[in-house]
Design a protein around this ligand. Structure first.
Ligand code: LUZ
Ligand code: MOS
Length: 762
């Protein structure tokens, strides 16, 4: 089954926010972002901006009829600054004009009178000054204090992980159209239609039933539109509410980069202890999450960092503490992996540290400590499958031994080019870490001609969720795929949705769809049984034919549907699914938070040019635990994309804020993302076809986020290549590993610092 959006994508007819035909009289908005990261906002001088041609009005905090509050988990973020500014790019005013150009020109004419205050950009500094989003959390298992005494080797160090710009191809935006009776229709490029609905409702002081949010699809989200689409929708809604006119704002790329939060940078301190047989028996880690200026989703992201701080390993004694630190950066937010990748990088760094000092391959320690069925995660859940299955299949299928020999042979015969290999095992828990969010609904209508339409809370953002949901319906009814259509996501059809996030969208909405289709199917079978004088459980539908005891009856799907209608039987169903079994106690920090885990192992090879510091990704070969994939083409696309996005984060994408909290990597000329040349020359993906019963839709296992984490291996492969050139190299655990950093490391020495190029090459 091809992605149902393939044709409209390649012919350029897929509808994104900016493609929605405009209603006559539509006005354009543009936001003024604070030029200062921290300060007291005294007053705004708007006169000059208001004199610009075509400017209609400028909205400020004073115009907000409801609460000036967009915070979700913690109410700590105003929609528009009123007395203080907390980050560069924080919206202060919203200009509405007859044209987009006029709105942007007027923004530049507003003068904001701000007295600057001290700026913090470093999470450790924020923590030292008690600038916290919330109290720290600690996950622990066993007794690390006791365990250190049993360790043969103990290593400690520090890690500094940078953030990542989402770079969804479609920027943030919204288009709000007033409806009769004080209602608004909000078109938004959001992963969370209900979050947008709630934010508009709060800021306007209007009940949620007056706010309809419609999403056809996104040109990418990656977590950046889980919470941060709300601002633009609320600003357009504010203007539309006051003016009674449609208002649109689709952000310019540079506005988007400057004003929205990114993946959280983290700093961390680790201490790892191994026994003499290389079992990791103790691990302590302290995370300093750079939350930015407001909570946004940081508390959730922080929890996933803790959940994944031991990655795929079983460690009997763990003590992990995480601090969410308030700085003056744009509030950082969800990004594919949601804090998990940062947690995993730190344990991988600790293992790499140990391996280097012990002069063994990190893979030896990694493999030895992979989690097994029945082992307990630090948060109390028992592993229902083992990380070793993917590892072993990868090692065998890709001939890890022969591969390593080939790399060694290459390195022995090349002086100025070195190859590095790394294994990257991944274990990712599937479910929102906040148990309450794990539910979804689906509304299925069968029309009298036998065609079917489905509404769910799932947002299609390129991940193929609509195709998968369509497959569910086609399979349950046993009808042709082209009889089924997915509706745009709409809060009127489906209420109180969780965002499309956490890799769980197809599972949750697919299960709800499965339940709705089954309910309709049962009624149809009753109709057939009555008409054909048999029992309902003797009736099946196969390829649109109605069978009784597997014998053709001459009835087809369409006749059955018409018959049901004439018997006044409902052809519609609204079903609700809530993930069973999951629970978590945030006081004890123990429970069973995940429906299941997804596992995988990647082996990555890189080649470093040791004169220039540049490098290339030779190959990434992955065995991924697909379960039994619903759609191998879509899943493969997700994995390839995830790998490249992860490699980008780890190697070339460098978010740079200066000490004043201004984003310097503010355009694609200064923020380098993977292009076709950065994509690994070879990507091989094989499935571990696990068929164990699990809580995924049709036993398929989620695929969204986990593949990004394979990219972490690129950092360690580069490190290994550098060490081949210079065994004494100083390679701090700082990401990303840009060519500049590679070059510095190649010509560095742990004791002597940077050394001369000729000294190293001769
Ligand atoms: N969003 C969220 C997520 O709200 N909770 C989660 O656990 C999560 N996990 C991954 C990605 N987004
Ligand atoms: Mo996400 S990081 O699943 O919005």
């Amino acid at each position: 089954m091809k992605n149902i959006d393939a044709k409209t994508h390649v012919s350029g007819t897929s509808v994104y926010l900016d493609d929605i035909p405009l209603i006559q009289g539509t006005l354009y908005g543009a936001a003024l972002g604070s030029p200062v990261a921290h300060g007291v906002l005294h007053q705004l001088q708007l006169e000059e901006a208001l004199r610009e041609p075509d400017v209609i009005r400028i909205f400020t905090a004073a115009d907000i009829p409801g609460d000036n509050q967009i915070g979700g988990i913690i109410k700590d973020e105003p929609l528009l600054a009123s007395d203080h500014v907390h980050f560069c790019g924080m919206p202060i005013a919203f200009v509405v004009a007859r044209t987009r150009e006029a709105a942007r020109a007027a923004v530049k004419k507003i003068k904001a009178d701000i007295t600057p205050l001290p700026v913090i950009t470093d999470p450790r500094e924020a923590q030292a000054q008690n600038q916290l989003i919330m109290p720290p959390r600690t996950f622990s298992q066993g007794d690390t204090e006791q365990a250190w005494r049993e360790c043969a080797h103990v290593f400690a160090g520090a890690v500094d992980i940078n953030g990542q710009e989402h770079l969804y191809i479609e920027t943030q935006g919204a288009y709000v159209v007033p409806q009769e009776n004080n209602s608004l229709r909000v078109y938004s490029s959001t992963q969370g239609p209900t979050a947008v609905q709630r934010t508009v409702s709060t800021t306007l002081g209007q009940p949620m039933h007056r706010i309809e949010v419609v999403v056809t699809r996104l040109g990418g989200g990656f977590g950046g539109k889980e919470d941060q689409a709300n601002t633009w929708a609320a600003l357009c809604a504010l203007a539309a509410w006051h003016l009674g006119k449609p208002v649109k704002y689709a952000l310019h790329r540079m506005e988007d980069m400057a004003m929205t939060g990114k993946r959280h940078p983290y700093m961390a301190d680790y201490k790892i202890g191994l026994d003499s047989s290389l079992n990791i028996i103790a691990y302590e880690v302290t995370f300093f999450q750079n939350a930015g200026a407001a909570a946004d989703l940081s508390p959730g992201v922080l929890s996933r960092t803790l959940f994944h701080c031991t990655n795929s390993y079983y460690i009997p004694n763990v003590h992990a503490t995480a601090w969410s630190c308030r700085t003056h950066l744009p509030p950082n937010t969800a990004f594919r992996g949601f804090g998990g990748p940062q947690g995993m990088f730190v344990i991988e760094a600790a293992i790499a540290h140990a391996a280097r000092v012990l002069q063994i391959d990190a893979a030896v320690i990694q493999q030895k400590n992979l989690i097994k069925t029945g082992d307990e995660f630090p948060y109390g859940q028992i592993a229902q499958s083992e990380a070793g299955a993917c590892w072993q299949k990868a090692a065998t299928l890709y001939d890890a031994t022969g591969w390593k020999q080939a790399v060694d042979a290459f390195n022995a015969t090349h002086r100025l080019q070195k190859k590095g290999l790394a294994f990257m095992p991944v274990c990712f828990g599937i479910s929102f870490t906040n148990t309450m969010m794990n539910h979804a609904r689906s509304l299925v209508h069968v029309y009298t001609d036998g065609s079917v339409c489905i509404s769910t809370g799932a947002v299609e953002m390129g991940q193929g969720v609509n195709t998968k949901i369509l497959q569910v319906a086609a399979q349950i009814f046993s009808i042709r795929a082209d009889r089924v259509k997915l509706n745009p996501t709409n809060t009127i059809n489906i209420a109180n949705t969780s965002p499309s996030a956490a890799s769980a969208t197809a599972d949750l909405n697919g299960k709800a769809t499965l339940m709705a289709c089954n309910a309709i199917l049962e009624r149809l079978k009753e109709v057939a049984a009555t008409a054909l004088d048999t029992k309902a459980d003797a009736v099946t539908i196969v390829n649109e034919q109605v069978l009784v005891n597997r014998e053709p009856t001459g009835w087809d799907w369409q006749q059955l549907v018409s018959a049901a209608f004439t018997k006044r039987v409902s052809l519609s169903e609204h079903a609700h699914y809530a993930t069973p079994e999951i629970h978590f106690d945030t006081v004890k920090e123990k429970g069973h938070p995940f429906a299941y885990h997804v596992y995988g192992t990647a082996i990555l090879e890189v080649t470093v040019d040791c004169l220039r510091g540049i490098y290339k990704m030779d190959a990434v070969k992955v065995v991924h635990d697909f379960g039994s994939s619903m759609n191998p083409d879509i899943d493969r696309g997700q994995i390839e994309g995830g790998i490249v996005q992860g490699i980008g984060w780890m190697t070339m994408e460098e978010v740079i804020f200066d000490k004043e909290g201004r984003l310097r990597s503010n355009a694609l000329s200064t923020y380098k993302v993977p292009d076709i040349y950065a994509v690994p020359e070879e990507i091989v993906i094989d499935a571990l076809r696990s068929t164990a019963d699990n809580l995924a839709i049709f036993r398929s296992k989620a695929v969204g986020e986990p593949p990004l984490m394979y990219g972490i291996g690129a950092w360690f492969a580069l490190r290994n290549a550098i060490l081949q050139f210079n065994p004494e190299a100083d390679i701090p655990f700082i990401t990303p590993m840009t060519p500049e950093k590679v070059l510095m490391a190649l010509y560095s020495n742990k004791e002597k610092g940077i050394i001369q190029q000729h000294e190293a090459t001769t």
